[in-house]
Design a protein around this ligand. Sequence first.
Ligand SMILES: [Zn+2]
Length: 163
Amino acid sequence: MLEVSPEKGILILHGVRHVMLSVQSFAALCTTLIQGFGAGMRAVLYDAGFRTGHDFVGYSARRFGVERLEEVLQHIIDGDALEGWGRYEVVSVDRQQRRVVIRVYNSIAARAFPQSEQPACDFLRGYFAGIFTAIFDQPVRCEETQCMALGNPFCEFRIEPEQ
Ligand SMILES: [Zn+2]
C-alpha cells in the first residue's frame, strides 16, 4: 500500500507517487496564489480539483467498474482519509436526478483558512464536481453550502446537474 524510499526521495501510495505537504505549506501555496493572482485563483483551484477528481474516478472505475458506485465512493473516501484530506460522508445520492450531498469533516482547506469569510474549499468543490461528472457521464456543478472555515461543524457540498 505505502512504499517509502528515502534514498530515492520517492513515496508511493496505492501504486501512485505522492508528495507529503503540511497544512501550513498547503495554506501558504493557496494564499500566495490568491494574493498574487486575485479572486480568480479560486476558479483555478476549482479547475485543478475538477481535473484531479475526474482523472481519479477514471482510475477507480478501471479497478471497480463505475456501475459499482458504492465501492467506488468507498474507495475514494478511504483513500482520501488516509491521505489526510478529511473524512467524507455521503449524505444522499440520487442517480436519476444526478444530485449528491456530501459532508466533509476536517477538510484541509478549512483547516488552512480558519478565519475565512466565505466557503474555503474550492479545490474539494471542483474535485467532487469532477468525480460526479465522470460517474454520471454528464456535467454537474458543485456548491459548498457549509464550511468549517465559517464555523460550521462540517463542510457540505451539493452536487447537481449543470443548468
Ligand atoms: Zn469547507
